[in-house]
Design a protein around this ligand. Structure first.
Ligand SMILES: [Zn+2]
Length: 226
């Protein structure tokens, strides 16, 4: 399960991992906390762009064999509070993911920071046996953080996922977004993330890879369980 502040983050930084898990016989779901509608290009109403982002995400996740869920918080105003954490908690209890991927906290973008905090609390609430919700508790076994150009402060990759088998399909899925092709802003998402996969592949001894960072607490727990 990937949880992203904006659909583009979900596909560009977490989509290849979803695709790889599905390719290996697993399942995948992308939860977008907003539609990313405020990234609209000039002269396009924000609402219309949000609808384009939703449709692009539905097409992209369908191509990868994943499901898409939207919470539709206003872009740039995703709130970090009990209510948003509990909503994500309920989705975790419903979807029952083994592995979660989300934003790293070292981001300049407040939506990304809030998404990180929401997921941290949601994972805790989802697994808390004594917290009564509609669905029974579910403990996700692992949490990883995505390699995102906007979340680069203190990001230290420690896990590599070989995405060679799904690389082309993932690029096709990303191409549903005008943003991927640089049509909405200055940043060359397609060049950055396609070559990042090559660079991470070089470092991990495969052709194409995605790097992740595991939760520091997870690292400690692993050492304790040796
Ligand atoms: Zn974003």
């Amino acid at each position: 399960m990937a949880v992203a502040a904006h659909p583009g983050d979900g596909l560009f930084t977490m989509g290849a991992v979803l695709a790889q898990q599905i390719e290996r016989g697993g399942a995948g779901v992308l939860l977008s906390l907003s539609l990313g509608e405020k990234g609209a290009p000039k002269n396009m109403p924000v609402q219309q762009y949000g609808e384009m982002q939703r449709q692009a995400t539905q097409k992209a996740t369908r191509l990868l064999g994943a499901d898409a869920i939207f919470l539709e918080y206003p872009d740039a105003e995703i709130p970090f509070n009990e209510q948003s954490s509990l909503r994500v908690c309920d989705i975790i209890r419903e979807q029952k993911p083994d592995i979660l991927v989300t934003h790293w906290s070292g981001s300049w973008h407040k939506d990304h920071q809030n998404c990180h905090l929401i997921v941290r609390d949601a994972v805790f609430y989802a697994g808390l046996e004594t917290l009564e919700r509609k669905l029974p508790p579910h403990a996700a076994s692992k949490v990883f953080y995505a390699d995102n150009w906007e979340d680069a402060t203190n990001f230290v990759q420690d896990t590599y996922v070989n995405i060679e088998a799904v690389y082309e399909k993932w690029l096709q899925a990303c191409d549903f977004y005008p943003m991927w092709r640089g049509q909405t802003g200055f940043f060359r998402y397609n060049d950055y993330y396609s070559s990042l996969a090559v660079m991470r592949g070089c470092l991990s001894g495969v052709k194409r890879a995605v790097a992740l960072m595991c939760d520091p607490n997870q690292r400690t727990q692993r050492l304790q369980s040796l």
